[in-house]
Design a protein around this ligand. Structure first.
Ligand code: SF4
Length: 300
């Protein structure tokens, strides 16, 4: 990112109360810089809700609207409708929720808004657990991860939210992390430019929840991509998939062993996770390659 970017206006106050090394707040700072001052943020319960809800110490410089846990997508829908009724099509509306407010508690409102193709950006900061209330499992918690409610490691796999969002055929879906800033900014700008429902899936390393040092956030986000645990890709209209990066394969165990939440996983279980990751990567790549081969077919 160039000098002009760093000197462009900031919409977060310094000195916020997020944990040192929080992956989400790095990303949120940059999303707000892309969207600018004319933005309204719908916020649900979670780390952002806790840290932004208390005036005069809220770190957010743009307008914010705190909603009940289940309804951030419904609130964003209403904000957009009110702006449209006043003839204001310029103000950007962004709904922001963690994985708890997205995969679990807010899924009904999200699905309804996606099915109607409501015109706002939805940012899910996926830290793979209910971190704000002391690290409980969510349906985004991956197989084998320690949480206070899965002390021997989570038994089942992570819910496949990208597949759920693709099934809604929304105009734009993208995965992003704080570790690849150019990719991140390109997707934030693309989301800003498109109309209709845009969904940004942010992998958000969480030092206390993942058992990593505060300074390891970007390294873990990068490892997630390099190991293909968290591929970087975009999906247009729920169909056309573009793989943004095809990294040389790094063993998944390098990512797992860097986090104490996976301390109970045996070598055999790590091998199982590797096979799952390989399967999903192959599936994603096959779809991306097929669409790349049909790039001239505007009907797709
Ligand atoms: S608990 Fe995790 S997600 Fe929440 S502010 Fe701290 S680092 Fe960020």
């Amino acid at each position: 990112m160039n000098k002009d970017w760093w000197e462009s206006p900031e919409f977060l106050h310094p000195g916020h109360a997020f944990c040192a090394g929080c992956g989400f707040i790095i990303a949120f700072r940059h999303i707000l810089k892309v969207l600018g001052a004319d933005t309204i943020v719908a916020i649900t319960a979670g780390c952002l809700g806790t840290n932004s809800g208390f005036l005069p110490s809220s770190p957010i410089k743009v307008a914010g609207y705190n909603t009940p846990f289940a309804s951030v997508a419904a609130a964003a829908t209403g904000i957009r409708a009110a702006l449209d009724a006043r003839g204001n099509s310029l103000t950007q509306v962004i709904a922001v929720a963690g994985d708890g407010g997205t995969y679990d508690i807010g899924l009904q409102a999200l699905s309804a808004a996606a099915e109607r193709n409501e015109n706002f950006i939805y940012l899910c900061y996926d830290n793979e657990g209910y971190m704000n209330t002391g690290v409980q499992r969510s349906s985004a918690t991956p197989l084998g991860a320690w949480t206070t409610t899965t002390p021997e490691g989570k038994a089942g796999p992570k819910k496949d939210l990208p597949a759920i969002m693709m099934a809604h055929r929304i105009p734009y879906f993208a995965t992003l992390t704080p570790a690849f800033p150019e990719d991140f900014l390109a997707k934030a700008r693309q989301a800003e430019a498109i109309k209709g429902m845009r969904f940004l899936q942010l992998l958000s390393p969480c030092p206390p929840g993942w058992g990593i040092p505060s300074q390891a956030t970007v390294k873990l986000a990068r490892l997630a991509v390099q190991t293909r645990v968290f591929p970087l890709y975009e999906v247009y209209d729920g169909k056309r998939i573009i793989l943004n990066l095809e990294p040389e394969k790094v063993p998944v165990k390098d990512y797992l062993r860097a986090q104490t939440r996976f301390r109970t996983l045996s070598d055999e279980e790590m091998e199982h996770v590797q096979k799952e990751v390989d399967f999903h990567w192959a599936e994603l790549k096959a779809r991306a390659d097929w669409f790349a081969s049909k790039a001239d077919d505007a009907a797709l």
